[in-house]
Design a protein around this ligand. Structure first.
Ligand SMILES: NC(=O)c1ccc[n+]([C@@H]2O[C@H](COP(=O)([O-])OP(=O)(O)OC[C@H]3O[C@@H](n4cnc5c(N)ncnc54)[C@H](OP(=O)(O)O)[C@@H]3O)[C@@H](O)[C@H]2O)c1
Length: 102
């Protein structure tokens, strides 16, 4: 992520394969952080699962009134991942309870 910030400052981020969107880059960083940290003993030793979730395009302040999903539907996507229990996955990225690509 520091590379993205430095690349933007130097005008070279696109040459290095970064998107020209801080929002998208931040989500890549978040998903990578989840994947890396989910394997760290400080989490695994305590049985903690780390997953990232996409709620879909939701009608919030950020998503705007034109988004197709209600807050309830977006929250259900998050709950689906948060309630998988001890045998559930860790280090993944999910949408509506299913693995999603990123
Ligand atoms: N909406 C979508 O379509 C969509 C799609 C995919 C992913 N997401 C992700 O879902 C997350 C939430 O999005 P949203 O649509 O709910 O956004 P939102 O409507 O803009 O709400 C953001 C919330 O975060 C709080 N917040 C912002 N900065 C904070 C800080 N520094 N410390 C504590 N709270 C802070 C805000 O609090 P205040 O109200 O007090 O300012 C607000 O409650 C974001 O990470 C977004 O990228 C959203």
């Amino acid at each position: 992520m520091h590379g993205f910030v430095k690349g933007v400052a130097a005008g070279t981020h696109a040459l290095r394969g970064w998107p020209s969107s801080a929002y998208r880059a931040s989500k890549v960083g978040l998903n990578a952080w989840v994947r890396v940290c989910s394997r760290e003993p400080r989490f695994t030793s305590r049985g903690l699962h780390l997953n990232a979730v996409c709620p879909g395009w939701v009608r919030t302040d950020l998503g705007g009134a034109g988004a197709p999903r209600s807050v309830e539907v977006g929250a259900a996507s998050i709950l689906a991942a948060a309630t998988r229990g001890p045998s559930g996955p860790t280090g993944g990225f999910f949408r509506d309870g299913a693995p999603a690509s990123w």
